[in-house]
Write a protein that binds this ligand. Structure first.
Ligand code: DGJ
Length: 695
């Protein structure tokens, strides 16, 4: 092989060592095939040359210290002396299980490496895919199964990720529930298996679809961190394993345990992408790499700056009228809102959560002339028009359900369990998808809707397709159906802006973010709680995708009262919106709002287009070439401190002018001594906007 050319390539192969090396700007990833064709993991970490990777591979023990359970497998199958969590479990019609590796070929094309294998005795092919994107350290992995004979697929993960053996491991992840999403946890990894799962049919709030591992030695800006995020919005399982020999690995993919997918001869099953990242520079470096990757490789192409929306939900809930929406629109326009979004209850007989879901035409009592007059008025006020929809769900008390009771997920002889008085429509069915595409495209076209909030308030239950030969397929195919409808809608209305929501932040993942521009983060809009919610959300996902409304005080969920400035500052750290009942805000509140909205519009290019640095749990900085925005928050006077917030990554030789006060700071001083601490009151905040000035 020509070594110079090899160095410039992102994927190189050493035929004699049967080894492949993937090179990214700051990392290397290597694996090889054993003599018996089993793929074995070699390296995931700092950059190595091909020769170094081959030397590492030669040094790996042929067997593990205990003599069984090989470990270090690139993709663990069932069979032989393997006792860890398999990435692939299959059972053939005659009861034979497992996969016996036989290597067939490999291809490399434009950053994509595909290794093709077949079973030694059975008619089943398996492809392992790896993709490297120029300028990013992520490695995207997924797998494809092609059956030549009938087979039950009991588990089929996208990838297994293997870490070097270390004395200790810690996992960082987010946990939560409705109103308490994205709570960051750092837990010691026990010897054994820890499962991070959703059995809800949707992403859910309980466990985030990503993990970060470190050897208990990483901090915000230093130390090695290995992470991975699954691009999937349905049920999933990630099994993290630490074995008795000190090794750690995880395997993950779509579907939870117990589901069976039947493949007939000639059928193919492809997993979602599970993207891995090694970062040498701590949790901050890890998050910044994820943000850049999501912004450039995942999100639909669009200007970085997100629109400032008003959403009517907290102001009105189900009690809406044309007159009241008209008034709210005028007030919203008055404070500088750019898109006015009518939330739930504009359609069918939806005057509460009991009825009407599925009947997607304007409620004739509430909007006698349809939504056209309101949408036109909103546009006359200089704003875009937005709508809330929940296409995947139906109230039994609806014309849709009365006409198509068979369209929901259900099983014969089992109750049709309701949650929030609703059922899940089976998006694995073509007729359901066609129905959804038809009314969605028609509605957004007729009303010239620029912003659509796509909500989903219902986990699956009794998920099945009566009479179907492969009833569990709905767990996977519903999610694919949702993606298809979103993709077709976007193709029909290319400028449409989508917000993903599932009862708050229950659908925040790289799968939905390939078609949604932002996520509704949480129905908890209490700014003091939001600081922690936003801190967890931002571990992987960028600020521009994080919907954040300013709402009323006291907060409708927590009853906590907070100053208006604090509420705005917390929301300004993401994709700000306003979600309070502006009719009840005082003249003073509205004056503050106008002023803070103007300030937000000045700093928005930095928050949405800049690089984010966390300055602790309750301070965050955004940085572009020559601008800096810093938010500091303090929820409680108890956290009184004289510790100053030091800025990061500034030019120490430059000076920075405060755009609001005119004060000029030295870069070196901001880096080493920082900004003054906040005063000791509950719910205080400070926003500092600096611009680099020539010397
Ligand atoms: C749940 C969402 O999170 C809320 O913002 C709101 O849209 C309601 N659904 C409407 O039913």
């Amino acid at each position: 092989m020509n070594r110079t050319r090899a160095r410039n390539r992102v994927i190189t192969h050493h035929p004699e060592a049967r080894l492949w090396l993937l090179s990214t700007p700051s990392t290397s990833y290597a694996f090889r095939l054993d003599a018996d064709d089993d793929p074995r993991h070699v390296h995931w970490g700092r950059p190595l040359t091909l020769e170094q990777a081959v030397a590492v591979a030669a040094d790996l023990p042929a067997q593990d210290p205990g003599g069984d359970d090989p470990g270090g497998e690139e993709y663990a199958v069932e069979g032989g002396l393997r006792f860890g969590a398999p990435s692939l479990t299959v059972r053939f019609a005659d009861g034979v299980r497992g996969f016996a590796w036989r290597f067939v070929s490999h291809t490399v094309e434009d950053g994509l490496l595909t290794l093709s294998f077949t079973d030694r005795a059975r008619s089943l092919d398996l492809d392992l895919n790896y993709r490297v994107r120029r300028g990013h350290d992520q490695i995207e992995r997924w797998a494809v199964l092609t059956a030549g004979e009938p087979v039950d697929v009991l588990r089929f993960d996208s990838a297994a990720w293997t870490l070097p053996a270390r004395d200790d491991y810690r996992v960082s992840h987010v946990v939560g529930e409705w109103g308490r999403e994205f709570q960051l946890r750092r837990d010691r990894v026990p010897v054994g298996e820890t499962v991070f799962t959703s059995r809800l049919g949707i992403t859910g709030q309980h466990a985030g679809p990503w993990l970060m591992l470190d050897a208990h030695d990483a901090a915000e800006e230093h130390g090695e961190v290995w992470s991975a995020a699954l691009a999937w919005s349905g049920s999933r399982r990630i099994t993290l394993r630490r074995d008795p020999y000190g090794r750690a690995s995880w395997t993950g993919g779509f579907g939870h345990e117990g589901l069976v997918r039947k493949l007939g001869a000639g059928e193919r099953l492809e997993t979602p992408v599970f993207t891995g990242l090694y970062a040498p520079d701590g949790f901050g470096g890890t998050s910044r790499r994820w943000h850049a990757y999501v912004e450039r490789q995942v999100l639909p192409a669009r200007l970085a700056e997100r629109p400032l929306i008003f959403n009517s939900w907290e102001a009105t809930e189900f009690d809406i009228s044309e007159q009241q929406q008209w008034e709210l629109a005028e007030l919203a326009a008055g404070v500088g809102v750019e898109v006015f979004v009518v939330d739930d209850a504009w359609f069918g007989a939806r005057t509460s959560d009991q009825a009407g879901l599925g009947d997607w035409w304007p409620n004739p009592d509430r909007f006698p002339n349809g939504l056209g007059p309101l949408a036109d008025h909103v546009r006359e006020l200089g704003m875009g028009f937005g709508l809330w929809v929940e296409p995947e769900a139906v109230n039994p008390d609806s014309d849709l359900y009365r006409t198509h009771p068979d369209w929901i997920l259900h099983q014969e002889g089992r109750p049709r369990t309701q949650r929030r008085n609703q059922h899940v429509l089976d998006f694995a069915r073509r007729d359901v998808r066609e129905w959804a595409v038809e009314w969605l495209v028609r509605t957004v076209t007729e009303l010239d809707v620029g912003f659509l909030k796509w909500d989903m308030n219902r986990p699956f239950s009794e998920a099945g397709q009566p009479g179907a030969a492969d009833p569990d397929r709905v767990w996977i195919e519903h999610t694919r159906g949702v993606y298809e409808v979103m993709d077709r809608l976007r193709a029909a209305r290319p400028g449409l802006y989508l917000e993903a929501c599932a009862g708050g932040g229950g659908r925040a993942d790289l799968g939905v973010l390939a078609r949604a521009d932002q996520v509704w983060t949480s129905d908890n809009t209490d700014a003091a709680d939001r600081v922690a919610i936003q801190h967890g959300y931002g571990q992987v996902l960028p600020a521009r995708t994080m919907g954040a409304w300013v709402t009323d005080s006291p907060n409708s969920l927590t009853a906590r009262s907070t100053p208006i400035r604090y509420r705005f500052h917390v929301s300004m750290a993401g994709a700000m919106g306003i979600g309070g009942d502006l009719r009840k805000w005082t003249e003073e509140d509205l004056a503050w709002s106008r002023m803070l909205v103007e300030q937000y519009k000045r700093i928005r290019p930095v928050v949405h287009g800049g690089v984010q640095y966390r300055l602790g749990d309750d301070a965050v900085q955004y940085l572009t070439e020559d601008e800096v925005v810093v938010f500091q928050f303090k929820a409680s006077a108890l956290t009184r401190s004289s510790v100053r917030t030091r800025l990061k990554c500034l030019d120490p030789g430059a000076r920075y002018r405060d755009e609001d006060t005119g004060t000029v700071h030295e870069g070196a001083v901001l880096l080493s001594h920082g900004l003054p601490p906040l005063p000791s009151f509950d719910c205080t905040s400070e926003l500092v906007h600096l611009r680099k000035v020539p010397r």
